[in-house]
Design a protein around this ligand. Structure first.
Ligand SMILES: [Zn+2]
Length: 520
C-alpha cells in the first residue's frame, strides 16, 4: 500500500472506532444549564480557538519579550477582549531590551556551496551587510597564554565554540535500527568529545568570554540540538564563564550543518562562509502583562485567576509555548462571558510577559497585587504545549484537591474522565510558582506529552501552527471555563494547607523579588 493510501485506511479505521466524538454525544453528569451552555460555546460550531490560534501563530508570530511581535500580540489580545466586551488592561511591570530580528543568510562558499541553517540567537547583533570569513574550531591548547595568542588571530573568522553531536539521529532511531555495538560506540564517542571539551574550557582562564567578545571575530556558532530530527532549541546569547557574547554575531546552527562545518574545519578542508545577518537594537522599552477581568458580583474581592505566559522564544511561532496556553485562556474567558457573565467571585485572566527569562511578568503581578494573593480562590496555569489536559498538579495543596475533584465530577466525561491529580513527569518551572511561593493554591494544568514536547516543539525552530491540535484546544478551553465557573461558585474557599515538599520530596521554591529591567 502506498503511504497516502495507508494513511486514508488508518483514518477510516479511526472513524469506525468512533474517534473524535461529535458535540452532540457528550455525557453530562448534571443538568446544570451553565455547564451545558459552556459545552455548546466551547465544543460546538461557535468555538473560536482555530481562528485565534492561526492569527496568533501565523500572522503575529513569535513574541520575544519587548520585540515588535510582543507588542503586536499585546495590542491584538487587548482588541479581542474589547470586542468580547470583557474589561481589559495592559499593566506595565518594568522595561526590557527591545530587539528586532531580521534575516539570517548563511552560505558555505568553500570548499563547495551550500546554504546553511543558521539562526541568530535572540538579541544578537547583526553583520551590517554580508561578511565573508574562514571557519575555525576553538582549539585544544595547553594553557591560558596560548589561548590569548590564539584570540589575537581570529579577527574576521567564524568560531565554533563547542563539540558537534556524534550523530543527528534521535536515540529512538538508533535503538530501533543500530547494532548494540554501534550504539555503544556512538555513546562513547559522544562522552569522550564532551570530556575533551570540558577540559578545553578549563584551560582558558578567567575573562575568556569577554576577550572572545572583544576579539573582532565575524561570528560565534553554537548548536543546541533538541534530539529530534531536524530540530534545534534557539534561545539568546552564548554564555562563556558567565560572560554573554553580545558584540559578536551569535548563531545557532542546525545539528547537521554544525557537524558539517566542524568536520571541514577540524580536518583542514578550508571551510569559508558568507553571513548576512540583520537585526536592530531598539533600546530599553516598557513591558506589559495583559489582564482581563469579569468582576465578581457577590465576592468581588475573591479571585479565580486563569494564567498563561504570552511571551515566547522567537525562532518559530511560539505555537505550543505558549500560544496554546494563551488561546486556551482567551477562549475560556470568551466562553465565561457568554455563559456566566456575572460571576460570584472575580475571574481574572493574566497573559504574562517575560516568563522565558524567569517568570518576570507573573512575579511582578503577584508582587503588585497583594489583594489578589489575599483573596485568591484558585489559579489555573497552563504552559506545556498542545494535547489534552490530563493532569492537574495540585502543587502541594492536597486538601484543596477535594474541591477540584468535585468540580471535575460535574464536567462531561469526554473532557474530565482522564484528568488525574498527578503526572509522572516533572516539567520544570512556570508562572504558577510566582503565586505558589506566597502559599496560595495556583495549580498547573498538564498534558502528558513527554518526551514529544521537550524533544520537538519546546523552544524550537518547529514550534509552528501545524503542531496545534485544535480538538484538544477546544477541549482544554471548555474544561478551564467549567473549572473557573465552579471555582467561582464554590461555597467553600479552598484550603491553603500545603505539604512542605513536592512529589519528588524537594522543597517548593521560595518567592524572590521580580526582575523588572533587563539589566537586573
Ligand atoms: Zn512556556
Amino acid at each position: 500500500m502506498t503511504g497516502a493510501r495507508r494513511r486514508f485506511a488508518l483514518l477510516a479505521v479511526a472513524l469506525l472506532l468512533g474517534a473524535g466524538a461529535p458535540a452532540s454525544a457528550q455525557t453530562f453528569p448534571t443538568n446544570n444549564r451553565v455547564i451545558r451552555n459552556m459545552w455548546e460555546q466551547g465544543m460546538g460550531a461557535g468555538s473560536q480557538v482555530e481562528r485565534l490560534a492561526q492569527v496568533l501563530a501565523d500572522s503575529i508570530g513569535p513574541r520575544l519579550i519587548a520585540s515588535p511581535g510582543y507588542y503586536d500580540a499585546v495590542d491584538w489580545a487587548t482588541k479581542m477582549y474589547e470586542g468580547w466586551r470583557i474589561p481589559v488592561r495592559k499593566e506595565q511591570y518594568g522595561t526590557w531590551t527591545s530587539w528586532r530580528r531580521g534575516h539570517t543568510r548563511l552560505d558555505l562558499i568553500a570548499p563547495r556551496f551550500r546554504s546553511l541553517q543558521g539562526t541568530m540567537l535572540a538579541w544578537s547583533p547583526g553583520t551590517q551587510g554580508p561578511v565573508e570569513g574562514d571557519v575555525v574550531v576553538l582549539p585544544d591548547l595547553p594553557d591560558a597564554a596560548a589561548y590569548t595568542g590564539w584570540l589575537a588571530g581570529i579577527r574576521g573568522k567564524f568560531v565554533m565554540i563547542g563539540p558537534p553531536e556524534a550523530t543527528c539521529r534521535p536515540i529512538d532511531n538508533l535503538i530501533a535500527f543500530a547494532r548494540p555495538e554501534t550504539l555503544q560506540r556512538l555513546g562513547a564517542q559522544h562522552d569522550s568529545l564532551v570530556m575533551a571539551w570540558s577540559s578545553r574550557y578549563q584551560r582558558f582562564g578567567g575573562g575568556f568570554g569577554a576577550r572572545l567578545d572583544a576579539s573582532g571575530a565575524a561570528g560565534v556558532f553554537t548548536s543546541l540540538w533538541s534530539q529530534g530530527w531536524g530540530v534545534n532549541k534557539i534561545h539568546d546569547s552564548v554564555t562563556l564563564f558567565g560572560v554573554n557574547i553580545t558584540r559578536v554575531p551569535s548563531l545557532d546552527l542546525s545539528c547537521e550543518d554544525y557537524g558539517l562545518l566542524y568536520r571541514l574545519a577540524d580536518r583542514q578542508q578550508g571551510p569559508r562562509l558568507r553571513l548576512d545577518a540583520d537585526s536592530e537594537p531598539l533600546g530599553e522599552q516598557p513591558v506589559y502583562n495583559v489582564a482581563a477581568e469579569l468582576r465578581g458580583t457577590q465576592l468581588p474581592n475573591e479571585y479565580v485567576v486563569l494564567s498563561a505566559h504570552f511571551d515566547s522564544w522567537d525562532s518559530a511561532s511560539g505555537a505550543t509555548d505558549n500560544g496554546t496556553g494563551t488561546i486556551m485562556m482567551m477562549e475560556a474567558m470568551r466562553i465565561l462571558k457568554a455563559t456566566y457573565p456575572n460571576p460570584r467571585r472575580t475571574i481574572i485572566v493574566g497573559h504574562w510577559g517575560g516568563e522565558e527569562q524567569g517568570e518576570h511578568g507573573s512575579g511582578s503581578f503577584a508582587a503588585d497585587h497583594p489583594e489578589v494573593i489575599e483573596g485568591l480562590q484558585v489559579g489555573l496555569n497552563q504552559d506545556n504545549g498542545t494535547w489534552r489536559i490530563d493532569a492537574i498538579r495540585m502543587r502541594g495543596f492536597t486538601e484543596a484537591q477535594e474541591n477540584v475533584a468535585r468540580w471535575l465530577r460535574s464536567i462531561p466525561r469526554e473532557i474530565a474522565d482522564t484528568v488525574k491529580f498527578e503526572s509522572p513527569v516533572d516539567e520544570g518551572g512556570s508562572d504558577h510558582e510566582s503565586f505558589n511561593c506566597y502559599g496560595v493554591p495556583f495549580l498547573r494544568l498538564q498534558s502528558s506529552n513527554y518526551p514529544d514536547y521537550r524533544q520537538y516543539t519546546w523552544h524550537t525552530n518547529v514550534d509552528t501552527y501545524d503542531k496545534v491540535i485544535i480538538d484538544d484546544l477546544k477541549n482544554n478551553a471548555t474544561l478551564v471555563a467549567m473549572l473557573a465557573y465552579q471555582a467561582s461558585e464554590d461555597r467553600q474557599k479552598l484550603s491553603r494547607v500545603r505539604s512542605p515538599l513536592d512529589v519528588r520530596g524537594r522543597p517548593f521554591p521560595a518567592c524572590s523579588p521580580p526582575q523588572r529591567k533587563s539589566t537586573g
